[in-house]
Write a protein that binds this ligand. Structure first.
Ligand code: BDP
Length: 590
């Protein structure tokens, strides 16, 4: 599946803007066929955005169940004769879509795109009623998981990930056209020898037996540097300009399906030529040692929640550049396709993560024990959950395989990983990711403090070790000397495993404007000193090849006594202004 684009043979119309919207408090929408008529009692809602922070009623904000979106769409006259496609960049967490009275598709999973061919149900030049029912409930069989508990005051949605369960149409929706005979998928694998780059390409097309494929590679100035014929091939580029950290150099690959001299279909794919390799404890990009500096991030903004917005994205990357970061992790779900494109273009290195977060009942329960459930069991995270997890892994790789920015697949964040159940659950998943990725990128998962060195039974399967550690915050609170010592000891243990170690989370909640001398937890001074103590530990262990602070910016969470207006571990505030730690990091990283 390719994202809609504008080419010689394709068009796309954004369906962003104000839609009619209704929260289905009584769950009546399906029975009452809300899709079959203009939505009654509707209010306006913005696509793309989370709906939650646009409304002011607490019950609406925290609602779980069905929410309905509707609008009228006119099919452009120019789409006549082509296939007409609806493409949703995401619907969190699942959606059913109707064209007029007809259900045309369903999709599960809140952070990956889906499309449906609606040609047979619409007419160029005419309008149709587009209805989308989005559902945001989480269960033990969803990724991420959750549970609905019966309480004396009604049913409540519980989940175990530390970010607010924002819902809605978070990214753009497109009406797109393409020819019946078309390119359906395209894969590139890049490499280089000396100064010659290589781009292997593989074109999958539909209904194109009589057509020939042509691939043309142009450099950033539009000069053609190589071309080839056929569905598969390898192109060679003399004096290659590699893609690398801080140098987002992109070639443009045009793929055409030709009928003699006539272009039947054309698609574009930007290509960054680079290699990624793990060698012992080293992480190499283009054969050179790479040290990750950056953040775990969130798609999270004031008012729009997880909605994508280009202006806010550009601001985030400006700050990443200012602070000297070279990388980030898409904690804890696949990010917008716009973010991935922009990371390619800006030369940012990305650890790309599935939405498998919160598979750990040992974390943060009543009086800070467990949650009162067994993580892996026939009634909780089970084979059905794992099948969903597999679909999320394969879907992420399918969507992002061609992005040069992606250098590691993270298949889960902080799952329970110290038990036999965990080992059994995860054993096949790493190979599924490897098999899905034609570029053969390293695969890993993010390990939690509850499964420290010597206890984890899942890290054996990964190519890299990714550790989230809170020495000096959740443990050794306020004791940075003890924190540095304990962290160093644990890292020395992990280093014996002979794999590169990336610290994917370390951080301290910090109230902007709270100052204390000497430093105490929650103050800006403490965040600075906490990071310095952590860095001293990293710098003593050669196998540590990266540090990504938790978090880039403050973000919204559920209510909790550990959270003050959300998670405050941001180095920037939620409106993207620096705390004192930002200046300290800038000095270390620049
Ligand atoms: C880790 C999680 C992350 C949390 C963070 C925290 O991976 O999502 O937000 O800790 O507690 O457990 O701040």
């Amino acid at each position: 599946m390719l994202r809609p684009q504008e080419t010689e043979s394709r068009s796309r119309l954004p369906l962003d803007g104000l839609w009619d919207f209704r929260i289905d408090r009584d769950g009546a929408g399906y029975d009452e066929r809300w899709f079959s008529a203009p939505l009654q009692d509707a209010r306006a809602m913005v696509v793309p955005s989370s709906y939650n922070d646009l409304v002011v009623d607490a019950e609406d904000r925290n609602f779980f169940g069905d929410i309905w979106y509707q609008r009228t769409v006119r099919v452009p006259r120019g789409f006549a004769g082509d296939r007409v496609i609806l493409y949703f960049e995401s619907a969190t967490h699942r959606a059913t879509v109707w064209v007029d009275d007809l259900e045309v598709t369903r999709h599960e999973g809140g952070y990956l795109p889906f499309e449906v061919d609606i040609t047979d149900h619409v007419t160029a030049g005419r309008t149709f009623r587009l209805t989308v029912c989005v559902n945001n409930t989480l269960s033990f069989q969803t990724i991420p998981p959750g549970v609905i508990e019966d309480t004396p005051t009604g049913r409540k949605q519980i989940y175990w990930h530390d970010f607010f369960n924002f819902a809605g149409l978070h990214r753009s929706v497109w009406l797109a056209s393409r020819p019946a005979s078309h390119v359906d998928d395209l894969t590139v694998v890049t490499g280089f020898e000396g100064t010659t780059g290589s781009v292997r390409y593989d074109v999958r097309s539909v209904d194109a037996q009589q057509l020939t494929a042509r691939a043309v590679l142009a450099d950033a100035d539009g000069v053609v540097v190589a071309q080839g014929d056929g569905d598969q091939g390898e192109l060679h580029v003399d004096d290659v300009h590699l893609w690398g950290p801080g140098d987002g150099y992109l070639y443009d690959l045009t793929v055409q399906l030709l009928d003699g001299g006539t272009i039947v279909d054309e698609v574009h794919q930007h290509v960054g030529i680079r290699t990624v390799e793990v060698r012992g404890t080293e992480f190499l990009i283009n054969g050179q040692l790479f040290h990750f500096k950056g953040f775990g991030m969130h798609e999270d903004h004031v008012t729009i929640g997880k909605g994508h917005n280009d202006a806010l994205m550009v601001r985030d990357f400006e700050l990443l550049q200012w602070i000297g970061a070279n990388s980030f992790r898409t904690s804890h779900y696949p990010y917008s396709e716009d973010v991935m494109d922009y990371a390619d273009r800006m030369g940012y290195v990305v650890i790309d993560e599935t939405p498998a977060v919160g598979l750990n009942m040992g974390l943060g329960g009543g009086i800070f024990g467990g949650q009162g459930y067994t993580t892996y069991s026939p009634e909780t995270v089970n084979d059905t959950t794992r099948q969903r997890h597999i679909e999320e892994i394969e879907g992420l790789v399918a969507r992002d395989k061609n992005h040069p920015c992606v250098v590691i697949w993270s298949i889960a964040n902080e799952p329970e990983s110290e038990t036999e159940g965990a080992e059994n659950y995860f054993r096949p998943l790493f190979d599924i990711a490897r098999k899905a990725d034609p570029q053969g990128r390293p695969v890993g998962f993010v390990n939690v403090m509850l499964a420290p060195y010597g206890k984890c039974r899942v890290s054996q399967f990964g190519d890299v070790l990714m550790l989230n550690r809170y020495y000096g915050w959740y443990v050794n609170t306020g004791d940075l000397e003890g924190a540095e010592h304990a962290f160093t000891e644990e890292l020395r243990g992990w280093a014996t495993e002979g794999k590169p170690i990336i610290i994917t989370e370390y951080g301290a909640d910090t109230m902007p404007g709270l100052h204390q001398l000497p430093a105490q937890p929650w103050s800006e001074e403490y965040q600075v000193e906490y990071l310095a103590a952590n860095h001293r530990a990293f710098d003593k262990v050669d196998a540590v090849v990266g540090e990504q602070v938790w978090n880039f910016a403050d973000f919204a969470t559920t209510s909790g006594i550990m959270r003050v207006g959300g998670n405050k571990k941001g180095v920037f505030t939620r409106d993207r202004q620096p705390k004192a730690a930002a200046f300290a990091l800038r000095e270390r990283w620049s």
